[in-house]
Design a protein around this ligand. Structure first.
Ligand SMILES: Cc1cc2nc3c(=O)[nH]c(=O)nc-3n(C[C@H](O)[C@H](O)[C@H](O)COP(=O)(O)OP(=O)(O)OC[C@H]3O[C@@H](n4cnc5c(N)ncnc54)[C@H](O)[C@@H]3O)c2cc1C
Length: 463
């Protein structure tokens, strides 16, 4: 037990009395559930877990932690928990009970409390014919995803989710609840839009929504034996499509699990998944060159925008997993061959999925008045992931993901994607160099003692 554990235990009743949410320490009934991240592979063992119900609770928790010399790890769902480590002696500040969302159809904006998952926003926004810049999974948290950039199915048309944030409410490391927007707290407003969560604990985000009620979207499934042909054809096709098309090429090995539908269960595929902001006729025409390859299964159709979150078939329940990713400056045939050697039909791999997403479009153009990720200087992004139902599998899965990343190193961009970097590493490796330097200055002003623990740490600039 550390010094902070002891101090916290002695004074915890003060905190319990000050918050409407719950407070847990090791040994308490409920501690294990409260510390559990969505990624079941993460084993967080903080000295205190505060499950906040409101921004006022967050402020109380931050002040308590400061008074007792504890560091603070803010967390919503725990999808991104892997890089954090065990959090020994720290406070895990969970916002997962703060899920209320307000959609304003007139101004086409949403306000989401920090614990909201994307489905809490996409579904009510969809009732007004509006779409949010959500990612592939309905249960990923709005806050962590957006703080790290946020790339989803509308990304090539509308850019990063972070650059559609219009305001953030946060508790600063000194315990003040502030609103950061175009007219207030310019540094904090800049930092939270793509720079991660290192400058405070976000309690709510406001963001723009877009008039997208339906999209032409789906997947083409090919037997994995055709992976080379399919990925090369998809790569060539990405050079021809307009910004209205966001797509990915993927190798997917589906487990023989009962929840996987029969024609897919236990089989391996090469896939193209895409979303086209168009009617069915235009979408069909755009898809023509890939469809003519003759997929085994073709799920493309007009779908409501919220249904985009089922397209990638992300797990709907917490799972233990390990993954890794990299921004790629390009994806020539040699890069595809490198992926196929490690994950293709003949590979001995424990990875469930290796995907390459097509970037460019609005992602490549500096967003006006943008935050810490103004534009993505990479043409593609790779992400490799595997399930780790037993701890012994973590090593092999991590090694296989790392091997793919290494094999692609000749084509790496100058930094990695914040949200797809699941191994511990400084924010300097996942942000443009100029952004990291500015973030260091902001960290030095707002959190010189590094009280806030974030997925990718920022070292404060030296005075
Ligand atoms: C199944 C799956 C699908 C994904 N799909 C996509 C995708 O399509 N596009 C994409 O860009 N990313 C995607 N990701 C990556 C995802 O965006 C990151 O893992 C992200 O960090 C998850 O955010 P979260 O809030 O759910 O997770 P959390 O683990 O709760 O948060 C991650 C980090 O965000 C910060 N944070 C969270 N809440 C706060 C807060 N209130 N205040 C301050 N900091 C905070 C903390 O540093 C925290 O460690 C996916 C991940 C998974 C597991």
């Amino acid at each position: 037990m550390t010094t902070s554990d002891t101090v916290a235990a002695r004074n915890l009743e003060t905190l319990r009395a000050a918050v409407t949410g719950e407070v847990f320490t090791p040994g308490d009934v409920g501690y294990d559930q409260a510390r559990q991240a969505w990624n079941l592979a993460a084993d967080e063992r903080p000295a205190v877990v505060v499950s906040a119900e409101s921004a006022a609770d967050v402020a109380q928790a931050v002040r308590f932690a400061r008074a007792h010399g504890m560091r603070i790890a803010p967390q919503g769902t725990g999808h991104g928990a892997e890089p954090l480590g065990p959090l020994q002696g720290a406070m895990l500040l969970r916002t997962s009970r703060m899920r209320s969302v307000h959609i304003d159809p007139a101004s086409r904006t949403a306000r989401a409390e920090a614990g909201a998952a994307w489905q809490d926003v996409t579904v009510p926004a969809g009732e007004h014919g509006l779409a949010a810049l959500a990612g592939s999974s309905p249960n990923v948290g709005v806050t962590g995803y957006t703080l790290g950039g946020g790339m989803g199915w509308l990304a090539r048309r509308y850019g990063l989710a972070a650059n559609s944030v219009t305001a953030a409410e946060l508790v600063t490391p000194d315990g003040r609840l502030v609103r950061a927007d175009a007219g207030h707290e310019p540094d904090l407003f800049w930092a939270v839009r793509g720079g991660g969560g290192s400058v405070g604990v976000v309690t709510a985000l406001e963001m723009r929504l877009y008039p997208v009620s339906e999209v032409y979207a789906g997947a083409l499934f090919f037997p994995i034996g055709r992976a080379a042909q399919v990925l090369r054809a998809w790569r060539a096709w990405t050079g021809t499509v307009p910004d209205e098309v966001t797509s990915l090429g993927r190798i997917l090995r589906l487990p023989p699990a009962p929840e996987v539908p029969e024609p897919l269960r236990g089989r391996a595929f090469a896939l193209v998944e895409a979303a086209c902001l168009s009617d069915a006729g235009t979408g069909s025409e755009l898809l023509g060159p890939l469809r003519r390859l003759g997929p085994e299964l073709d799920t493309f159709a007009m779908i409501p925008a919220p249904a985009l979150q089922q397209l990638h078939m992300d797990p709907d329940q917490p799972v233990p997993n390990q993954g890794d990713g990299a921004f790629l400056a390009d994806l020539p045939e040699a890069a595809i061959d490198a992926v196929l050697a490690l994950a293709g039909p003949d590979a001995d791999t424990s990875l469930l999925s290796v995907e390459v997403r097509h970037l460019g479009g609005a992602l490549a153009r500096p967003a006006p008045g943008a935050g810490a990720q103004p534009a993505i200087d990479a043409a593609y992004v790779m992400f490799a992931v595997g399930f780790t139902p037993t701890p012994e599998l973590a090593g092999p899965v991590r090694a296989h993901a790392q091997a793919i990343k290494d094999a692609l190193s000749p084509w790496h961009a100058s930094y990695d994607y914040y949200n797809f970097e699941e191994t511990p590493g400084a924010a300097s490796t996942v942000l443009p160099a100029a952004s990291y330097r500015r973030l260091q200055e902001i960290k030095a002003r707002h959190d010189p003692d590094q009280v806030i623990i974030s997925a990718h740490p920022v070292r404060p600039a030296r005075p």
